[in-house]
Design a protein. Structure first.
Length: 387
């Protein structure tokens, strides 16, 4: 770094307070309620990951519920399909993204149009023309609306045997179509321009603007950032992001910080973010998704919370430690347990498969802590079985 000032020292507790404030997990209802709250939460977080696992409610609903106590699944549908304030695209995974940020994804879409997509190299031009012709002629459609496909062999376990589905997925990544509605995992595809009703499509962001977007998104949702946390699964962006960080440090828009236990890993924050260092988090209880922004970057969670989450859905049963789909439990500013849950939708109840105490809670008094977690589990059960 060109900056010669000594980094500001942060304890892990201070780093946790900053991150929890940035994640809006330290207050009751930071975004309000309704479809507007759903859009506001996604705008603040930058994106919310989508996942297909349905042992409990899918992670996009779960992540939003943790920040919007009155969250309803219909609110996400309203934001995506009616208000069109959010859309789906790839970040580090398939995600809901604010529609206001659409232009930052246009260069990736154009790149896929020019060079194809590594996952859909087998898509034939004729199949792509077919689905685009159907969309233009008949309007929005799902893969179930296409019945004349000749099935082919899968190229990998998650692929479809339907050529039209692969073609629709390629058209999605190329920005030709968008997902206008989602019911469970059944996606409705629509022409991008027709869905948004654009007279003139948004202008693509420049490379420099995208670099600023990545940094600003991370600062807003993480509070204290590193190159790894800003560029999660996006190593090619690190060089440009570092240059921008150095420029902002010189302008005193960012300051270097040294988090306890981070060693040589560099971190930065905006000066006003450090004003809450030492802030005592309210003793709120959150049952988190393993795909929650607080958990998904495992090394960062381990550094700041001292907790290493194990995602064991694909681990043989006899080798699991936490359970098939363990959920970290945050109480105040500590992760104190991991509970393996399953929703029995037929009998309408939430099943507790396994309870693991972690961290300091594994050694200290647990009676009152357990009572409070069980209260939140009851609320979580009502969410699982609602609507």
């Amino acid at each position: 770094m060109s900056n010669t000032e000594k980094p500001i020292a942060l304890t892990r507790a201070e780093a946790r307070a900053i991150w929890l404030r940035a994640q809006r997990l330290d207050s009751e209802a930071p975004f309000g309620e309704g479809p507007q709250a759903t859009a506001a939460a996604i705008e603040h977080l930058g994106y919310v990951q989508i996942d297909t696992i349905h042992v409990i409610e899918r992670c996009h609903h779960h992540i939003l519920w943790n920040r919007i106590p009155a969250y309803r699944r219909a609110d996400l549908h309203q934001a995506q399909s009616v208000d069109k304030s959010i859309f789906e695209y790839w970040t580090h995974a398939l995600s809901y993204v604010p529609a206001r940020d659409f232009r930052f994804f246009i260069p990736a879409m154009k790149l896929h149009r020019r060079e194809g997509h590594k996952w859909f190299g087998e898509v034939k031009p004729a199949d792509l023309r077919k689905v685009m012709r159907l969309l233009k002629k008949d309007g929005a459609l799902t893969i179930r609306d296409i019945e004349d496909d000749v099935l082919v062999e899968k190229v990998h376990a998650w692929a479809s045997r339907k050529p039209s589905k692969r073609a629709l997925q390629l058209a999605f990544y190329e920005g030709r179509v968008t997902i206008s509605e989602r019911k469970g995992m059944l996606k409705t595809y629509e022409l991008m321009d027709r869905h948004f009703g654009w007279d003139t499509p948004p202008k693509a962001a420049s490379t420099r603007e995208i670099t600023g977007y990545l940094l600003d998104r991370a600062l807003r949702a993480q509070g204290v950032v590193s190159l790894d946390s800003i560029c999660h699964l996006d190593a090619p962006s690190k060089k440009a992001v570092r240059r921008l960080i150095e420029a902002r440090v010189r302008r005193k828009e960012l300051v270097a910080v040294a988090i306890e236990g981070a060693g040589k890993q560099e971190h930065w924050a905006q000066p006003d973010a450090l004003e809450i260092a030492g802030y005592a988090a309210a003793e709120r209880v959150h049952i988190l998704s393993p795909f929650d922004p607080l958990i998904i970057q495992r090394k960062r969670t381990r550094l700041i919370f001292g907790y290493e989450h194990l995602f064991e859905a694909y681990v043989p049963k006899e080798k699991r430690r936490l359970g098939y789909f363990a959920l970290p439990v945050l109480v105040g500013d500590e992760i104190v347990a991991a509970v393996d849950l399953k929703t029995d939708r037929q009998n309408r109840k939430l099943l507790l498969q396994k309870w693991n105490w972690v961290g300091h809670a594994a050694k200290g008094p647990r009676k009152e802590l357990k009572r409070r977690i069980e209260e939140e589990l009851h609320r979580f059960e009502r969410f699982q079985l609602g609507e």
